[in-house]
Design a protein around this ligand. Structure first.
Ligand SMILES: Nc1ncnc2c1ncn2[C@@H]1O[C@H](COP(=O)(O)OP(=O)(O)OP(=O)(O)O)[C@@H](O)[C@H]1O
Ligand SMILES: [Mg+2]
Length: 637
């Protein structure tokens, strides 16, 4: 590094150069002025001295001239040019030079020349003139040596002061600053307090402010990085669950059709075999297994965020009360279950089944975490404080805590909180608890779907979940669901018990699954209906067009390769607008109740189905009632 680069890179060196340069210029200027003044004083003193000498000797000179005493004239005149600034004298009488004395041997510059009249003793009569020439080289020489002295002493002072300042600036500022720069650089990805050693330092100055600012910006950067990492992890996790959800939804759809066939044919079998026989018990076992399969499909579909058709505004508090006795009865006695109901409505756009699933899964986990020891599980529901979710969203994630959910924090939320006094979720598995099939209970005791379902339910409500786990103290799950608006009147529709499901109408059954077509045809046929089944919608249109008035009801599947059920319904309605139609669909078929009814279907049913489940809708349609229209909810947004 060259000296110029060093100076450019060092604050102290810059200060040194600046002070030295400015100091030098000032010192030279001040010295010049001082010497100028001193020179003036010195020359004035020499002039005065010369005049005093002339005054002292003028009478002697006049007398010597009057008495023509050449020797005295010479001696007196010579005394004038000795030790004064006068270097030449001339005595002139009647225009004639009587005496001329010159001290110098070579040419001398005249600085000043003057004349004095020589008067006859005791009279005022002029008898001659004394001419004098002065030169101030002596004063000038003195001034030069004085100037040299001044320049040397003053520049030395300036230099010494500059060097001292250099050290002070270097120790007090430059060194701490370069140490600070070094520490900030070496800080890299690590956090930590920056401490800079600073001599002669008291109080809080600009460098301390700089250190504080760097620390603050460092902390902000770290927080943002942590948040970004957490959000990336959340996104990756959400993406994984989304993909799993789609896969699970697809499987559940096909599985529903298979279950439907087993359920339907199993039901027919149960009707056909003698009552109380071994075969009937077997058939009932098949039906029971199907029911369990249905529940499993529902769980998978809930996780898959499939839109259930039955969503409407429900009160979370009411659902909690419905579940309280059931859960109290089903959980072990060692678990004390405390339900805390907040006053007021807690409307959520959801379904009782979904909310029950949420509460039950969280409570079962909490109770299972107690592992038979006595403990408390508390279930609370209340409106979340304004800004509570927003705060959780921006809070940096810490160990033992996790937040999931990409919600609009400006909305109002209802909070369902389930906390337990169990051992807490180990921190190293907290990231995985919502993963489907993740369980620590072994395959015999857990499927690992409980929290995956909770996650799916929360996602389908565009809600969020916050978990805090304290080892040895317990776990707290807080679920936030958007608060819904106007409460809809509770569903008073009651299941018609012992309703006569028999009829004689002509029904066209359309499903691409031959098993389903057969099962429904036989089942509805046994209830007295006249059925025709086809597994191609195009064929169905052709059969309908042949004689539209021959049909009373069309029962169709939604997802079929050649044509969707809703499209088929539209086509049939364009031929005969008053034809009654029933749309059967799985959760993930892209049609829900509101869409289907708006698109022209008269009834909407969820698979798996059998004749006994379809017949009530057929009866309702034939008796002139329309299925309920789409939900008239109004979510707060
Ligand atoms: N309240 C809790 N306290 C401690 N650990 C919990 C709690 N809730 C969940 N966990 C942990 O999260 C894991 C996943 O829970 P999840 O409900 O998904 O599955 P599971 O309970 O193991 O099985 P399943 O619910 O299907 O019977 C559990 O195995 C358990 O380790
Ligand atoms: Mg569980």
């Amino acid at each position: 590094m060259t000296i110029v680069e060093r100076i450019r890179g060092s604050l102290a060196a810059k200060v040194l150069v600046a002070i030295a340069a400015i100091g030098m210029v000032l010192v030279l200027l001040i010295s010049a002025v001082e010497i100028w003044e001193e020179g003036g004083v010195l020359i004035a003193a020499e002039k005065r001295e010369a005049q005093t000498a002339v005054r002292a000797n003028i009478d002697t000179l006049a007398l010597a001239l009057w008495s023509i005493d050449k020797r005295s004239l010479d001696i007196t005149a010579r005394s004038l040019i000795q030790g004064t600034s006068i270097f030449r004298v001339e005595v002139i009488e009647d225009g004639q030079t009587q005496l001329k004395l010159d001290r110098s041997t070579g040419p001398v510059e005249t600085d000043y020349s003057w004349e004095v009249p020589l008067l006859r003793p005791n009279t005022q009569q002029a008898i001659g003139t004394l001419r004098l020439w002065e030169n101030y080289d002596n004063a000038r020489d003195q001034m030069k040596s004085r100037a040299a002295m001044l320049v040397v002493t003053e520049t030395t002072k300036v230099f010494v002061i500059s060097v001292l300042l250099f050290f002070v600036v270097h120790r007090a500022f430059t060194r701490p600053l370069s140490e600070l720069a070094h520490k900030v650089q070496s800080l890299g990805g690590h956090s930590g307090k920056i401490s800079v050693s600073r001599p002669y330092h008291k109080g809080h100055d600009e460098i301390d402010a700089l250190v504080d600012a760097i620390e603050a910006s460092n902390a902000t950067r770290k927080r943002l990085e942590a948040e970004q990492r957490a959000s990336q992890t959340r996104e990756a996790h959400a993406g994984k669950l989304e993909a799993l959800g789609q896969l699970a939804g697809g499987i559940a759809h096909d599985f529903n059709n298979i279950l439907g066939a087993i359920l339907g044919f199993g039901g027919l079998l149960a009707q056909d075999v003698p009552a109380g026989s071994m075969q009937q018990r077997f058939a009932q076992r098949i039906l029971l297994a199907c029911e369990r399969g249905k529940e499993l499909v529902e769980q998978i579909l809930a996780f898959a965020r499939a839109e259930g058709p039955e969503r409407r505004i429900v009160d979370l508090g009411a659902v909690m009360r419905q579940n309280e006795s059931l859960l109290t009865a089903s959980l072990p006695r060692s678990t004390r279950l405390d339900f805390i109901h907040a006053g007021g409505d807690l409307p959520v756009f959801s379904s009782e089944a979904r909310l029950s699933q949420l509460i039950a899964n969280l409570c079962i986990n909490a109770s299972e975490a107690l592992e038979g020891r006595s403990g408390v599980v508390t279930v609370e529901a209340a409106r979340a404080a304004l800004g509570e979710v927003a705060e959780l969203m921006v809070k940096p994630s810490t160990s033992g805590e996790r937040f999931d959910g990409n919600v609009d924090p400006s909305l109002e939320f209802v909070r369902l909180r389930v906390s337990d006094t169990g051992p807490g979720v180990p921190h190293d598995i907290l990231d995985r608890i919502f993963d489907p099939f993740f369980t620590t209970k072994g395959r015999q005791r857990g499927t690992g779907l409980g929290l995956a379902v909770v996650h799916g339910v929360i996602e389908s409500h565009v809600g969020a979940c916050h978990v805090i786990s304290r080892p040895g103290e317990g776990t707290m799950f807080s679920v936030y669901l958007p608060l819904a608006g106007k409460q809809r009147a509770p569903n008073t529709e009651s299941k018609a018990e012992n309703q006569d499901l028999h009829g004689h109408e002509r029904i066209l059954i359309v499903d691409d699954e031959q098993d389903i077509v057969d099962m429904l045809s036989i089942g509805l046929g046994r209830l007295g209906y006249e059925t025709v089944g086809v597994n191609d919608p195009i064929e169905a249109v052709a059969a309908f067009e042949e004689d539209p008035m021959a049909w009373d009801v069309v029962v169709t599947d939604q997802v079929m390769p050649a044509m969707r059920g809703l499209e088929l319904i539209r086509k049939l309605k364009s031929i005969r607008p008053d034809i009654r139609t029933v749309l059967c669909t799985g959760y993930s078929d892209g049609a829900n109740e509101a869409i289907s009814l708006a698109a022209g279907a008269d009834a909407f049913l969820l698979k798996p189905l059998d004749a006994m489940r379809i017949a009530p809708s057929i009866r309702k349609l034939m008796e002139g009632q329309k299925a309920p229209l789409g939900a008239d909810f109004e979510p707060i947004a």
